[in-house]
Design a protein around this ligand. Sequence first.
Ligand SMILES: [Zn+2]
Length: 343
Amino acid sequence: MSSEQQPAIVHEPAEIDWDRPGKHHYQVAFPLDGSWGYSLVPLTVINGRRGRSADNVLVVGGTHGNEWEGQVAVAGLCRDLDPDQLAGRVVLIPRLSESACAANSRWSPLDGVNMNRAFPGEPAGSVSYRIAHFVTSSVFPVVRVVVDIHSGGRDTRFPHVASFHPVADLPQRREMAEVATLFDTAFVMIYSSDMASGLLTDEAEAAGKITIGTEFGYGESVDRRGVQHGYEGVRNVLRHYRLLAEPVVRIDPERAAPARFIEAATLDGYLPAPRDGVWEPLIDPGDDVRAGQVVGRLHDFSSQVSSPLPIHAPRDGVVLMLHYPAVTTKGQTLFSVGQEVPF
Ligand SMILES: [Zn+2]
């Protein structure tokens, strides 16, 4: 079946056939809360004709609407993946918070909700909670591996990273670390579960899924190399689990070193701005820093002679997350510093 097949609009999860061989495009209709209309969430189900697999894969983009690499990469996979070459099941959702994507926003304009704080969702909640509930109750059960592709939006700069939380289950953690390297980024980020809850990845990890997040760009742009890491990284996941019968490929062949695993698992590695100001970073994401090093300055332009406030690294480590906007308010995280840990 060609990728130009028009998506079927479905109103109930039971109308989605998770087992039908071939590639089938849907738009899942979620009624709006305040008017006669729907959020139509795109969803593609591919069941490979080469056989079944125990390692079925879900890939999500557009959980945050102003992060574009995932939307571009996952939509490309919807068009390009060929069921004749696949085994197992691949489920693709290129624009999960479809209304936020349409608005280039981190939050849905329909209910003001950040989709990545709405999990596990609520069947009787506002539209974002109902979409999250659909993912938790209908999509997670039909896959084993979950990839959620993010970027820094307008808030944060990252180097390209694959990421996961420090889950307690060691076999799950080991497998997630291995899958994270398939995106062939210079860094793998192990990030704190304490900064926020209600993430898609929280729920997938709790359900025992092999769960990978990513950060593939920033600034509400489309990062060319970020799209490559997303698109080819997902294909590497399919190769790794033998859903595609071909070897894993390098995505950044010019980088000789293997991925460095950087863990910032506790909140004391995430530094808040001590006051309002204009943030001038003096390092780049991915830089090594030493304890006490000045990593940036907060300017106060109330007079041209007022001195900026230097911001110091609290410890040795690697800065992955770096505040992006110049204009900064007290309490916003300026950067995180993590420690290199063994694979
Ligand atoms: Zn995001």
